[in-house]
Design a binder for this molecule. Structure first.
Ligand code: BGC
Length: 742
């Protein structure tokens, strides 16, 4: 019998062995320095030529220093450059990690692809999440994840820092547009769709990509409205509003979570064992990798002032439960952590817990078998079928909030159109932050073939005369020009911003934009406001001057075409507000507020009158017009009394009663009449999007399961279910039912 040759390959390099065996084998071979290195994530600027984000030219010497002498396990960042440049950079970086380090552990590369592969030239750019929320169609969140990975996995972008699972309840917050809006249920549904699309992608084989839920937890609720400022939340609110979007993603297999940079109720999250270990790990059962946000250990020292130096900050964060530190610009973390281990303040077994998770992720993604990028499928990047998906998402994400006298769609015989306003001919406004660069790149870096509102309109209205006035035009010239035209379009809104750069001191529409609208309106011609930006800015002073108002959010590279198609009537708008559009610049109330949040003082009764439908919103959550009309039948309930183990089937027939085909976002809300903890006046529990031809009807249904839809968490996160009356609400139709004690 011939002798079978014994393989000398270590177990960790044997793809046939189980992941657990491989992890344990590799871990047993690692020094403390190598373990600490795996727990460190460094920025691209430390290893590239110029120290600038938009530079993927690797300096081998620098890379060798960090990889060979400090055993770094992960790098992040960069800005949009050609695919070939990414390929070469990651290839060279990985080659050093795999071929020149002692154990050959591949690096994992993390990147902020927030709405498409936004840091790859010529890629497909989707609308931002706030727009996807407005579609009320989770397929668009799925396609966003799908196309992002399709256009970046081959380049060695192993780890996407998305989705944002924060809940956008404060319109002032600069990162509102990164959220899916105000509803926990909408965010949870969209987030889950994105995570599955990213992580279960089949077409990018042999690669696999990890998604990151961020920013755990409550990041979106700073009291001041400014980014990364203190958050004060009750435990009950945390469980009811902020936990479910993360929980759903975790249950769908989410591989990584990034933490919130700010403090919650006095403790910075990065130092909070209560949030990171007790809540996220133990209660929510998250087994994946926990990553810090940018320099958040440094922030424990010089921002929050809870640690006297970096070493203490490191000890706090390690004790809280982090696995990897986005340091990202120094070796402070490595030095501190090594010191802590040598001093016995952090046990090596604690390092092992985190390194196991990091190695497990690398094995799960197949990085040991397929460490290198490939360059033979670049034709996928920005392919027309991918762009068609981004366009479809944009079409369904633009909200028609007002349409007096059916000013829209613009009739084909409109000859003279005047287009004015700061966003009329801007590409970068449509992309917003996180587009090609951190703050949304300089306009000249946007694709040549991308349309602005102006160029898309010229394309859609070839027989009309479209006059574009420069942004610097005086109001008096606007008045003169307006008189000469049949229709005036005013493109207002915001310039791109990201994170704290977008902090504001008022939610008012800027004064110059208001006066532009007033000047244009003085001609008494139909006037359409087109808002491009990440927030609902207050339009109370000017809304009467506008016959129609479109809130376009940040619709991405296909956004102008979607806007033009809606203006022209080629696309029937079907988006609805995923947040409450406030009426006042300093008073915000989300749709799912408590009943005592809104009241008016009635002088006749000399008392406060509580009211559900009230006057603090310009438009409520879920508002959005169509060029057709939909009629909702009465709600039919399979029963009106149920026990806690029972179910109710609710059915409604929706008819397109207008003359155009259209899509309708169907949103089911529930209200609990009496609760031992105050209940929201209503809560989204289910939604879907349907298409109807003129005259066509469709039945939609929703199965109410008490344990899933009628309970709520208490202060410990324990789900409680209380008997009593509930109201179901859809399309303004109401139906009551009663939950009995068992
Ligand atoms: C942001 C994160 C982002 C990270 C890396 C941070 O400033 O808060 O959302 O993923 O930078 O760029």
């Amino acid at each position: 019998m011939p002798k079978v040759a014994q393989s000398t390959k270590p177990i960790y390099q044997n793809a046939e062995a189980s992941i657990d065996e491989r992890v344990e084998d590799l871990l047993s071979r690692m020094t403390i320095e190598e373990k600490v290195g795996q727990m460190t994530q460094l920025d691209i600027t430390l290893i590239n030529k110029t120290g600038k984000q938009k530079d993927v030219e690797l300096v081998d010497k620098k890379a060798r220093y960090y990889l060979k002498e400090h055993h770094i396990g992960s790098f992040l960042n960069g800005e949009a450059v050609p695919a070939t440049a990414w390929y070469t950079y990651i290839y060279n970086l990985q080659k050093i990690a795999v071929e020149e380090t002692r154990l050959g552990i591949p690096i994992i590369y993390g990147i902020d692809h927030m709405h498409g592969a936004s840091y790859v030239d010529d890629s497909t750019i989707f609308p931002h999440n706030i727009n996807l929320g407005a579609t009320f169609n989770a397929d668009h969140a799925k396609e966003n994840g799908n196309i992002t990975v399709l256009e970046s996995a081959d380049l060695g972008h192993h780890w996407i820092f998305a989705p944002v699972l924060d809940i956008g309840r404060d319109p002032r917050w600069a990162r509102l547009y990164e959220t899916f809006g105000e509803s926990t249920h909408v965010a949870a549904t969209m987030g889950e769709a994105f995570v599955k699309a990213v992580q279960d992608h089949k077409e990018v084989a042999p690669y696999k990509v990890a998604a990151t839920g961020k920013h755990f937890l409550g990041y979106s609720a700073p009291s001041s409205g400014w980014d990364r400022t203190p958050v004060d939340l009750s435990d009950q609110t945390i469980f009811e509003i902020y936990v479910p979007s993360f929980q759903k993603a975790i249950d769908a297999g989410l591989k990584a979570i990034m933490l919130n940079s700010s403090e919650i109720s006095g403790i910075p999250v990065h130092a909070s064992k209560k949030i990171v270990t007790d809540l996220l790990r133990k209660k929510m059962g998250f087994k994946g990798l926990i990553l810090t946000d940018w320099d958040d250990l440094g922030k424990l020292v010089d921002y929050h002032h809870t640690a006297k130096d970096y070493t203490q900050a490191t000890e706090m964060a390690i004790n809280a439960g982090i696995d990897m530190n986005m340091t990202p610009n120094s070796l402070d973390f490595n030095e501190s952590l090594l010191e802590l281990v040598k001093d016995g303040r952090v046990k090596e077994s604690r390092l092992d817990e985190s390194v196991r998770r990091i190695l497990k992720l690398k094995f799960e993604l197949g990085l040991f078998e397929h460490p290198f990028p490939r360059n033979d499928r670049f034709q996928r990047i920005g392919a027309s079928e991918n762009r068609a998906k981004a366009k479809a998402a944009a079409d369904e994400s633009i909200i028609l909030l007002k349409n007096k006298y059916n000013t829209l769609p613009i009739s084909a015989d409109t000859k003279d159109i005047l287009l004015i306003g700061p966003n009329a001919n801007s590409k970068s406004a449509l992309g917003g932050g996180w587009t090609l660069g951190w703050q949304g790149a300089e306009p000249e870096r946007y694709p040549k073939d991308m349309h602005t509102i102006y160029t898309a309109l010229k394309d859609r209205f070839p027989d009309s005369d479209i006059t574009l006035l420069p942004t610097t035009v005086s109001d008096s010239r606007v008045v003169k020009e307006a008189k000469k035209h049949d229709l005036i379009l005013v493109a207002i809104g915001e310039e791109p911003y990201t994170e704290f750069i977008g902090n504001i001191t008022t939610l008012e529409l800027p004064a110059d934009q208001k006066s532009l609208i007033k000047a244009a309106a003085s001609a008494n011609k139909p006037l359409v406001g087109i808002f491009v930006g990440g927030r609902p800015l207050i339009v109370e002073d000017v809304i009467e001057d506008m016959s129609s108002y479109l809130w376009t959010g940040l619709p991405g590279f296909e956004g102008a075409e979607a806007i033009a198609d809606i203006l022209a009537g080629n696309v029937n708008p079907s988006a609805k507000l995923p947040l409450s559009y406030p009426l006042f610049a300093s008073h915000f109330v989300p749709y799912n507020h408590k009943s005592s949040s809104v009241y008016k003082f009635d002088p006749e009764q000399a008392n406060f009158i509580m009211q559900e439908e009230h006057s603090v919103w310009q438009w409520p959550f879920g508002h959005g017009l169509s060029y057709t009309s939909f009629e909702y039948s009465k709600i039919r309930l399979s029963k009106t009394v149920l026990s806690k183990n029972d179910k109710i089937e609710a059915t409604v027939t929706i008819k397109n009663s207008g003359s155009r085909a259209g899509k309708e976002a169907v949103i089911w809300y529930l209200k609990d009449h009496v609760g031992s903890i105050t209940r929201p006046v209503k809560e989204v529990k289910h939604f879907e999007k349907i298409s109807l031809e003129p005259g066509q009807s469709k039945e939609v249904s929703f199965t109410i399961e008490p344990a899933k839809h009628l309970g709520f968490p208490d202060f410990d996160g324990t789900y409680i279910l209380e008997s009593g009356m509930y109201t179901l609400n859809i399309g303004g139709k109401l139906a009551e039912f009663e939950l009995l004690d068992d």
